[in-house]
Design a protein around this ligand. Sequence first.
Ligand SMILES: [Zn+2]
Length: 281
Amino acid sequence: MPELPEVETVRRGLAPTFVGGTIASAEARRPDLRFPFPARFVARLTGRRVADLRRRAKYLLADLDSGETLIMHLGMSGSFRVEGAPVGEFYHPRGQPGTHDHVEFAFASGVRVVYNDPRRFGFMDIAETAKLEAHPLFAGLGVEPLGPEFGPGALASVLEGVRAPLKAALLDQRRIAGLGNIYVCEAMHAARLSPLRAAGSLKPAETRRLAQEIRRVLEAAIEAGGSTLRDHRQTDGTLGYFQHAFAVYDREGAACGHCGALILRAVQSGRSTFYCAACQK
Ligand SMILES: [Zn+2]
């Protein structure tokens, strides 16, 4: 499943085509993905110029010159391919047409962007740009961990008085939006904080460290994703998935990079937590 850094990498990969580009035509090859496409999906996109391509949590937002925004979510297995004329450093040669190509945007520039999603947990919607914050998808979302408003103060206020384990609080999208299991494990390890601790028990210095590490692990992964794209231009043009070296995630039984103790796995709220009990306190 793509996590926030992968979605951000996809945004950067699509931006040269989307931003300032005009959607000459669009095609939806089925009536739905995870949800039905919105009414007049193709008509509302055709001929529209894209003013900006933003990201909120794991949603990609293409602001159109009609005052509407195309909302895109990759779900579990969604990916975009960029085909056609070269654009910017994220250009990839033409990919193989797949049986799971469900949506295609043809830009006036000659570039085509194809959305492929074998499991169809992804979805697309169109909503009024000015009212996006009130949209059901976004209304309850917490602070953006890479946004300017995120820092020790914001983190302290979302964790204040919370008795749930730190791990669960960090995964709660109403507190911080877009942080998934992998990067929560990585950030807690980097900050040397136990996932089992009550979220509200962090001291100010610990909160500062955690806020710093959340931003750092996400930025490092985005940087790694960017380099993967640059280094693999010969691949099939797919944006959004990359291998990244993790310090604890999926490394049960390996040695902790901080202290050499063995990395443990615990199950919290039905999801695996990887951590080092020796140095995460
Ligand atoms: Zn350790």
